[in-house]
Design a protein around this ligand. Structure first.
Ligand code: SF4
Length: 452
């Protein structure tokens, strides 16, 4: 008899992806079959995103499609936590035929709903699940979620109302997961959370045990432990609190990737105050300068919001001046858009759409030559790359430098050296060494040197 099969649709950010991986791991542990399509599935789980209005629509459409194609649908994720204007579940109101709705990080509730509508199989041999669980990323990199929720209340964000306050995973548990990933062949671990710098605050930095040794549940100590694993460690969502300085020496020593994803969102102190941003009082330009003094190779990624309510022309110009000074390597800038339920919606000085749009374009245009200069500094360097794939048509490897996170940053096209008789002997998921020979707006070109 074939196993009952669950179709799975995973939408949203890396944090939602980790929730999906947990549910998939549990499904496989209990002997369910998992399908990437509706066909052949006895029931479909849709993991949704509710962050911005476009994501809400995409999630609602995906649920509608799953209902039409399959009929038995369970909804989880951020959109599941949203209420309609009448006060009930928004999803249940739009799609009353869904079988169950849960919020994010609710593996137990999702499994309970699945058991109710698709009883679990009884086969003791099917609970053979790999120790590292089921992952949705390629085999060679993985996201490691170190905490849930957030203690801040940024005025444009509704994540805390959907995911609650910060709940950190004890460092021993995080390290066991990281070690299992490395054992399974993962070469790059991407640390994610809503606020990586705040890791452990809720646990009062409690001491836990890693391989029998006492270690505090705190960002610096976690990073020191991860650095011992011998794989690429990349840090995302790091707010510029003073203790971030403690990890820069590890980056300079090559133990952790010299890469920081710091979502500044703006530069002007008054806008940051209206945004209620964490670490808004920090002197960010001085911090960046000091970080680069300690670790000259540091790549900084950041995101900004243009046209926030009340943003004056002078504040917008202040942001442009900040970008000139900060020389951020990788930058995303979003047009401010009100999110249902966010405090910023009630702020005075909401700007017309055209102004917000024009300011976003001005930020991107201002940053373009800065990014180009930052990219060009790679030319002439011999670097270690991680190979993500092969482009057979172009005849090159697709790889990334330490300065490129998967999916959001650029890539490196690595061509064989026409003057070398050494064949290219590397595969996806392995490291190689290459000489960077050219740079474009986001991507780089390189010539293969050796397998590492
Ligand atoms: S730090 Fe701010 S933007 Fe980020 S999750 Fe927390 S409240 Fe939202």
């Amino acid at each position: 008899m074939s196993s009952p099969t669950v179709g799975f649709v995973s939408l949203g950010c890396p944090k939602a992806l980790v929730d999906s991986e947990r549910i998939l791991t549990q499904l496989r542990a209990e002997g369910y079959g998992v399908s990437g399509s509706y066909e052949g599935a006895d029931l479909v789980v849709v993991n949704t995103c509710g962050f911005i209005d476009d994501a809400v629509q995409e999630s609602l459409d995906a649920i509608g499609e799953a209902l039409a194609e399959n009929g038995k649908v369970i909804v989880t994720g951020c959109l599941g936590a949203k209420t309609s204007e009448q006060g009930g579940s928004l999803v249940a109101q739009v799609h009353p035929k869904v079988l169950a709705v849960t919020g994010p990080h609710a593996t137990a509730e999702v499994m309970q709903a699945i058991h109710q509508h698709l009883p679990k199989p009884h086969d003791p041999f099917t609970d053979l699940v790999p120790e590292q669980g089921i992952r949705l990323t390629p085999d060679h990199y993985a996201y490691l979620k170190i905490s849930e929720g957030c203690n801040h209340r940024c005025s444009f964000c509704i994540i805390p109302s959907m995911r609650g306050d910060l709940v950190s995973r004890p460092v021993g548990e995080v390290m066991r997961e990281a070690e299992a990933l490395v054992k399974a062949g993962v070469k790059e671990i991407l640390v994610i959370s809503q606020d990586t710098s705040a890791y452990g605050v809720d646990l009062k930095y409690r001491t836990d045990f890693v391989d029998g040794r006492p270690v505090r549940t705190r960002m610096t100590e976690l990073v020191q432990e991860l650095a011992k694993l011998g794989v690429w460690i990349r840090l995302h969502y790091v707010y510029p609190y003073p203790h971030v300085d403690e990890i820069l020496p590890l980056m300079a020593e090559g133990k952790v990737l010299p890469y920081l994803d710091v979502p500044f969102q703006h530069a002007h102190p008054d806008v940051l105050k209206r945004m209620k941003r964490p670490a808004s009082g920090e002197k960010n330009l001085e911090r960046i300068q000091r970080w680069r003094e300690v670790c000259p190779d540091l790549t900084i990624r950041s995101s900004f919001i243009a046209g926030f309510p009340g943003e004056t022309e002078a504040e917008h110009q202040y942001l442009l001046d900040f970008l000139t000074e900060a020389q951020i390597d990788r930058l995303g800038c979003f047009v401010y858009s009100p999110v249902d339920g966010a405090g910023a919606n009630d702020l005075p000085g909401q700007l017309p759409d055209e102004v917000r749009q024009a300011r976003q374009e001005a930020v991107m245009a201002h940053q373009a030559p800065i990014s180009a200069i930052r990219q060009a500094r790679w030319i002439g360097r011999r670097v270690q790359l991680l190979i993500d794939g092969v482009d057979t048509e172009e005849g090159c490897l697709i790889a990334r430098t330490a300065g490129d996170a998967p999916e959001i940053d650029g890539l490196v096209r690595v061509y064989p050296d026409p003057n070398s008789r050494h064949p290219v002997t590397v595969e996806t998921g392995q490291f190689c060494v290459a000489d960077i020979v050219d740079s474009h707006e986001y991507d780089l070109e390189a010539v293969y040197v050796s397998h590492q």
